[in-house]
Design a protein around this ligand. Structure first.
Ligand SMILES: [Mg+2]
Ligand SMILES: [Zn+2]
Length: 184
């Protein structure tokens, strides 16, 4: 079965900023593009899974988000198979203010990947800079990698320890995460 890499966006693929509101604010992190090429050459599927509560908060709309992902797709050499996002926030509005199953740490986006792309949640990994990314893999057999390229890692590790859900590996960034995932 083909493994899939479920990759967080902000702090994992591109530089973490408060909210990326337009394509011009996207800065792809060093080595990310090459790391995706390595995953693809190794036969992995690549799916971006991202919380984008800026939609529910009114910072940007679905149209702007689509433009941001179009730019990101170009900069990543068209490698990701899909971009799945949660636009919701429980305290938000603009038609998106609700509790949902797709906001990480919920696993809704993983199930969406299964339904839309046939992704297998027994083979592959979740990679992200937030405790939420690691927690979304609970109940699956996906490996988990926390990366140091976004949020301060100590806070995230403390949250994970409190939840009894330590990541399988902690990497400096996506390139080192891919080294670990592809190691024989
Ligand atoms: Mg992130
Ligand atoms: Zn959602």
């Amino acid at each position: 079965m083909r493994p899939t890499a479920f990759l967080d966006r902000d702090g994992t693929l591109n530089r973490e900023v408060d909210f990326v509101r337009s394509p011009d604010q996207l800065v792809v992190l060093p080595g990310v593009r090459l790391a995706l090429h390595r995953l693809r050459r190794a036969g992995w599927g690549i799916v971006v899974v991202t919380n984008q509560s800026g939609v529910a908060r009114g910072h940007f709309g679905e149209r702007e988000l689509a433009a941001i992902h179009a730019r990101l797709h170009d900069e990543l050499d068209g490698l990701p198979d899909a971009y799945l996002h949660c636009p919701h926030h429980p305290n938000g509005g603009f038609g998106y203010g609700r509790a949902c199953a797709c906001r990480k740490p919920g696993a809704g986006l993983l199930h969406e990947a299964t339904a839309l792309l046939g992704a297998d949640l027994a083979h592959g990994a979740v990679v992200g800079d937030s405790a939420r990314d690691v927690l979304m893999a609970r109940g699956t057999r996906l490996r988990t990698v926390l990366v140091r390229s976004g949020k301060p890692v100590d806070e995230q590790l403390a949250k994970l320890a409190a939840a009894g859900a330590n990541p399988d590996f902690v990497a400096d960034g996506l390139p080192a995460a891919v080294d670990w995932l592809l190691a024989p």
